[in-house]
Design a protein around this ligand. Structure first.
Ligand SMILES: C[S@@+](CC[C@H](N)C(=O)[O-])C[C@H]1O[C@@H](n2cnc3c(N)ncnc32)[C@H](O)[C@@H]1O
Length: 243
């Protein structure tokens, strides 16, 4: 049997997933930022602020923002004077990001189309690697984590912001009902695209729970790994070091 990968609640041939994910983000690119605000009622901005505060970007250090999409994390990192490379597999998402950076007058960011599983950067290129709401879309998460480890310098830091599973009992039920029933409807209303938003919600449910993902990060070679749950784990910040 061929290798399979999850695409939302469906299992598809692993070779097909990347193209299907690409189609999702090509469809949503122009409405991506609007939908993030609508779906999270603006909360994604606070999670991203908290995430970048954990990264503690320093002036002139080299940071790779992987699956950087339309640039939300990269813009925050660049404000601290870091040299940021924004990478994403999807040219439409990157194009929105380039346009946003121009409108904000942010110069000096490097935009580079890359697959997280096979980066073209040399070994030990970056001081820090960030990936926000990106890794659950990657077909082989273990490969992407190994690549993160490879491109980091010794002493480099890995940070991942991702949806997870909240352990707050009452909140879990409300969130589950909201995300499954309302988010696809919001996608239909604001972006005329119910299916892409259904995928985005379903992919959250298929993502490994926090302890399992932490084990995967360690298996890629990172040490001193940590997980910081937000809202009981609805969202989590994972981190680790390459030594
Ligand atoms: C939910 S968006 C997150 C964008 C941005 N980091 C943010 O927080 O707003 C997920 C991004 O992952 C990208 N992506 C999916 N698979 C990828 C892969 N294999 N390699 C690199 N980027 C990928 C998508 O193109 C999309 O831009």
């Amino acid at each position: 049997m061929n290798e399979t990968a999850s695409f939302g609640y469906r299992d598809v041939d692993a070779t097909e997933k990347q193209g299907m994910v690409r189609a999702v983000f090509s469809n949503v690119a122009s409405k991506y930022d609007l939908m993030n605000d609508a779906m999270s009622v603006g909360a994604h901005r606070l999670w991203k602020d908290q995430f970048v505060a954990r990264v503690k970007p320093r002036r002139d250090e080299a940071i790779l923002d992987m699956a950087g999409g339309t640039g939300d994390i990269a813009f925050r990192l660049a404000k601290h004077g870091a040299q940021v490379t924004v990478s994403d597999i999807n040219p439409e998402m990157l194009a929105v990001g380039v346009d946003r950076a121009r409108k904000k007058g942010l110069e000096g960011l490097v935009w580079s189309q890359q697959n997280a599983e096979e980066l073209s950067f040399p070994d030990r290129s970056f001081d820090a690697y960030t990936i926000a709401f990106g890794i659950r879309n990657v077909t082989h998460i273990d490969k992407a984590l190994r690549e993160a480890h490879r491109v980091l310098k010794y002493g480099g830091r890995f940070f991942c912001l991702e949806f997870s599973t909240t352990t707050w009992p009452g909140f879990a039920d409300v969130y589950d009902a909201y995300s499954h029933r309302l988010v696809p409807k919001l996608g239909k209303l604001l972006a005329d695209d119910e299916d892409s938003y259904r995928y985005l919600i379903e992919s959250i449910r298929r993502f490994p729970p926090m302890p399992e993902f932490e084990r995967m990060i360690r298996a890629a070679g990172f040490v001193q790994t940590k997980v910081e749950p937000i809202l009981g784990g609805m969202v989590a910040i994972h981190s680790g070091w390459k030594i």
